[in-house]
Design a protein around this ligand. Sequence first.
Ligand SMILES: N[C@@H](CCC(=O)N[C@@H](CS)C(=O)NCC(=O)O)C(=O)O
Length: 243
Amino acid sequence: MPNYTLYYFNGRGRAEICRMMFAAAGVQYTDKRFEFNEWDRYRKEMPSDCVPVLDIDGNQKMPETMAICRYLAREFGFYGKNNMEMFRVDYICDCLYEILHDYMRYYHEKNGRFRSTMSSSKSSNSSSSSTSTSSSSSSSSSSTSTKSSDKKDGTFVVELKSRYLETCRRILPFLEKTLGTRQYFNGEQMMLCDMMCYCCLESPYMEDHTLFNNYPKLVSLRNRVTAHSKISAYLKKRTVTNW
Ligand SMILES: N[C@@H](CCC(=O)N[C@@H](CS)C(=O)NCC(=O)O)C(=O)O
């Protein structure tokens, strides 16, 4: 097994699905986390100026969330047995990632942490709530940097929020129907797309669980993933962060 290091901010964000797969597979890795005010230093080491990045054996830094997810899912057996099963896993994951992407844009705009402000955010606050043994230094709280949302009088945040909610309205009914009466999306085995269902919807669910009132099957799937022995052990000991 290669030596894996996962680089990301000290938040769940786009990296949590990778952390969850490592936990579900019982594979050791280094969970390298950093704060927003450390980003300028780490950015230089990242191939596409973005994280998450997965470093393999200290000599290959691989970018892009979904590419990393698919690689890990193939390595750990969370991707399905044949091309059609993988197709299904792919489109479910891509749908869920759309929600996560739109939510992250809205959330970070609301909290003033977008690219435009990051490099100048020398005054980013931190408060320590880390409980894991990862290399995290502390947990992010609020930023006091100038907010692009302030400049736009908050209207951009409202726009991003309605875009995210529209994406939910488009995708959640489709996924509810796609899951149907199955235990997991592909049958009886938990796959990448089931873990994505937990990760991508975690913050939206925490923010407003009534959003899911019409999707009881997806809520049951979420509970099933939470109850999975490896995942429940991971959730109990993971670093607690706001996002
Ligand atoms: N297409 C990339 C986007 C990754 C991305 O936007 N990452 C954000 C953190 S969630 C980032 O690295 N932001 C740093 C910056 O914008 O300077 C992916 O899906 O992984």
